[in-house]
Design a protein around this ligand. Structure first.
Ligand code: PCD
Ligand SMILES: [Cu+]
Length: 795
């Protein structure tokens, strides 16, 4: 890795600092991880615990004629067999989805995708449970499946959701944003209009740890404890309370260490509900952990957006307008994750980073016989699709105009003085200096030199490509005046307590899955209070121990919960000021704060450290009227706006003309996430996201055959990139603090996954001189594209 422009201390740029506050610091959680001492859901072992396994549908679409569970029930180690019928008796056969649709927990009438949950067996051990599901005899009557979203609305297409009353087709929603008339007007006066159809294929978050749960219903006090792989423990608890009718205070959701989430662990899966029911039925704790194939085939996919884009411009390369039509494949149940008001998430951020006169989009969602989902996989609710669309369209326009893609972008980027910028579909971008960011990426890449090299190589028949992308994200959902998930406002609570000896504990409503919150949130409090991060314990992932909040996804932890942590620390600091005033026998107004201490203005010797103040707050000191003892505070943060991280990426590839194999030779990423809490963690986040992006652009794809069989149910078929497929990343950054965030930080967790796929695709297409080919650009597809021009992705 090359890091550009880190302050180069005597020990070199990557050296660890020992910051009391922001800075490069090793992760506090890593000692336990590198020693193999992490504690994941599958590590939870309780006395008398039973094991569950799910029987899944072999068909994509079939009517269930009958289910015979007698042989499974007769298995000596089986304790319970649960079917849709059992659940229907409890009113639990169906559950609400994050998009206010319903989803079968266990199928009763029909199966609607291959891998759908049909029955749940609880047995003494995992092997017996897996053996026993083989003993269940289900009689299916196969139906025609709808596999291709483009055919879902054919009048002749079978109706997938005949469980929904009055439903006669596979249509879910139509949604639009922007100004249709204004967009038509700019298109009518444009010199050039370029149109391109493209698919953002179905991909999967594929975290290393699959999903699972251990449910323990205490038959004595009626309390349910659920250890589960969730990115949003509090929201899950509220939903369990609403769906199962259990009292919320009698539910404890614990999310222990999480082995990657990436959006896969936002929703509630049937397996979790089955584990709960299994525990209620047997009176014993029940563990259910899915295997890799179950994770890939049945849990939330991402993307599957069929997009048609049009971009209008003047002959000299001024972009005037963009319009898009999207057909969104939502699978068998609409369980996409996004704020209630936005059925297409934040897709309408597709005007990207450019100063555009008008824009309009229409999105139609349809059901197909595929796994449900549409989750925000490293994507703040369809931002990834939006960035891909606009960054591909800009390259198509450059090709049409014969313009250099960097020049064309530079020419149309928003200018620093335009912020805060109201875009044409209703978003207010908070801050940015886009041209400086792009310039920096071009300098790091040596852009002009690369173009010269490319021209020389072309002469010799060698295929080298240079691809750019410039992205703006919208993260930190969200302002509760226009955002909620299933009616829950998107605010986050935070509690901070400083113990008498000056050590502190901060309790968060968000949940780390590997992002390093135990470190960065301690750093935020350290920055505000001057208590060293190692003296601050970060508690999260347990609803009994943390304040309510909506959890971690859409890179919202730093923008929302990070703000709460800073503000709660400021509350404690304010209280410490009053106590310091009493200690020093001066008015609090006469005190000034320097990190870690309150001192008398003009008399620095008269001072009290935060640790001394903490002790006094718990001691015999006479406190001023109205001041309670102890040193602690709570807060709830409602973000006034989202934050808008951005970045400029440049990818250099070499394509083998004989085989179509793509080698990513260089990748330059300049990110701006505002104030940087921990540069080392930020670099780690960017590295991971870039690898993710290369994977999606070149390898990853959930495919189906025409019968709806999932062809990507293992890591032999669903290809994740490894160190062999990725280059040594070259990173740089600019810093434009968010004006409305207490510490000026914006999210970073998803930036690289959002921004990198178009850079890679643009590079490959630049190398082979083809206007468009759909991801993933596997050697076969590239080879085909070289011979036949454009290539569309299969289903
Ligand atoms: N300025 C700044 C920002 C940030 N930071 C840092 O970094 C991290 C991140 O952050 P953010 O951006 O805020 O984010 P969050 O919320 O925390 O997280 C989330 C994300 O994160 C990412 N990353 C990661 N990593 C890991 N390791 N693992 C995981 O799983 C993951 N996932 C992914 C995803 S996908 Mo979604 O869910 O789909 O919506 S969303 C997401 C953290 O630690 C923090 O604090 C800093 O330092 N600074
Ligand atoms: Cu997305």
């Amino acid at each position: 890795m090359t890091t550009v422009e880190e302050p180069a201390g005597p020990a070199g740029p990557a050296a660890e600092e020992r910051p009391i506050g922001f800075g490069r610091m090793k992760r506090k959680e890593d000692p336990r991880f590198v020693r193999g001492k992490g504690r994941y859901v599958d590590d939870v072992k309780l006395p008398g615990m039973l094991h569950g396994a799910v029987l899944r549908s072999p068909f994509a679409h079939a009517r269930i004629v009958s289910i015979d569970t007698s042989a499974a029930e007769a298995h000596p180690k089986v304790k319970a067999v649960i079917t849709g019928e059992t659940l229907a008796g409890l009113g639990l056969a169906w559950m609400p989805t994050l998009s206010m649709d319903t989803q079968a927990v266990l199928a009763t009438d029909k199966v609607r995708f291959q891998g759908q949950e049909v029955a749940f067996v609880v047995a003494e051990d995992h092997y017996a449970a897996r053996d026993a599901i083989e003993l269940i005899d289900v009689d299916y009557e196969p139906l025609d499946p709808v596999v291709d979203a483009r055919r879902a609305l054919d009048p002749a297409a079978p109706v997938i959701r005949d469980d929904l009353e009055g439903r006669t087709d596979n249509h879910i929603f139509d949604w639009e944003a922007g100004d249709r008339a204004a967009t038509e007007e700019v298109f009518s006066r444009a010199d050039v209009v370029v149109e391109q159809t493209m698919l953002y294929p179905r991909v999967h978050p594929a975290p290393l740890e699959t999903c699972g749960a251990v449910a323990s219903m205490d038959p004595v006090d009626g309390k349910l404890t659920l250890w589960t792989t969730t990115q949003a423990p509090h929201a899950h608890r509220t939903l369990y309370a609403m769906v199962a009718g259990l009292p919320e205070h009698k539910i404890r959701v614990i999310s222990p260490d999480i082995g990657g989430g990436f959006g896969n662990k936002v929703g509630i899966y049937p397996g979790y509900v089955c584990a709960v029911v299994g525990s209620i039925v047997t009176g014993k704790p029940v563990k259910w952990v899915e295997d890799r194939s179950e994770n890939l085939m049945s849990t939330s996919f991402a993307r599957d957006y069929h997009m048609n884009g049009q971009i209008a411009a003047t002959r000299d390369g001024r972009i005037l307008g963009v319009r898009v039509k999207v057909l969104a494949d939502h699978g068998a149940f609409n369980s996409t994750a996004q704020p209630t008001k936005y059925p297409a998430g934040f897709f309408h951020i597709f005007t990207g980073s450019y100063d555009i006169e008008a824009a309009h989009c229409e999105v139609t969602g349809v059901y197909t016989n595929k796994a449900p989902g549409g989750v925000a996989y490293a994507c703040s609710f369809r931002v990834t699709e939006a960035v891909y669309l606009i960054e591909r369209m800009v390259d198509c326009l450059a090709a049409e105009l014969g313009a250099d893609p960097a020049d064309l972008r530079m020419r149309n980027l928003l200018q620093p003085e335009q912020f805060p910028y109201q875009n044409k579909t209703g978003w207010e971008y908070d801050s940015g200096d886009y041209p400086a960011c792009l310039r920096k990426a071009m300098d790091l890449a040596g852009y002009e030199e690369l173009r010269r090299e490319q021209a020389e190589k072309r002469e010799r028949g060698e295929l080298m490509g240079i691809g750019l992308s410039f992205f703006t994200e919208t993260v930190g959902a969200g302002p509760r005046k226009h955002m909620d998930i299933l009616g829950l406002g998107m605010a986050d609570g935070c509690e901070l307590r400083v113990h008498p000896t000056g050590k502190a504990v901060v309790r968060l409503s968000v949940q780390t899955q590997g992002q390093g919150h135990e470190t960065t949130f301690a750093q935020i409090v350290a920055e505000e209070l001057g208590i060293p991060p190692e003296d601050i314990d970060v508690v999260h992932g347990d609803t009994d121990q943390t304040p309510f909040g909506l959890g971690t996804y859409g890179s919202r932890s730093t923008p929302v919960s990070g703000a709460a942590a800073a503000l709660v620390a400021r509350k404690v600091r304010d209280k410490a000021r009053i106590i310091a005033g009493a200690m020093l026998e001066v008015s609090p107004d006469d005190l000034e704060w320097t990190k870690g201490r309150w001192s008398v203005k003009g008399d620095p010797a008269m001072t009290r450290t935060i640790q001394e103040i903490a002790l006094a707050a718990h001691g015999a000191l006479e406190l001023p009227e109205g001041v309670e003892g102890h040193l602690e505070a709570t807060t709830v943060y409602n973000p006034p706006n989202l934050t808008y991280p951005f970045g400029a990426y440049i990818c250099v590839v070499d394509v083998d003309p004989g085989t179509g194999a793509v080698k990513v030779r260089r990748f330059i990423a300049v990110d701006d996430c505002g104030t940087r809490i921990n540069p080392m963690i930020i670099e780690g986040q960017v590295h991971g996201g870039l690898a993710d992006g290369v994977g999606m652009a070149l390898m990853e794809f959930i495919g189906f055959d025409e019968d709806g069989n999932c062809l990507s149910g293992s890591f032999m078929d669903y290809l994740l990139p490894t160190a062999l497929e990725v280059p040594a990343w070259e990173l740089g950054h600019t810093v434009t603090p968010s004006p409305h965030h207490p510490i000026g930080a914006k999210g970073i967790g998803e930036s690289a996954t959002v921004g990198s796929p178009p850079a890679v695709v643009n590079a490959v297409l630049d190398a082979i001189g083809v206007r468009h080919a759909d991801m993933p650009l596997t050697p076969g597809r590239v080879w085909q594209a070289m011979r036949h021009g454009q290539v569309e992705a299969p289903q």
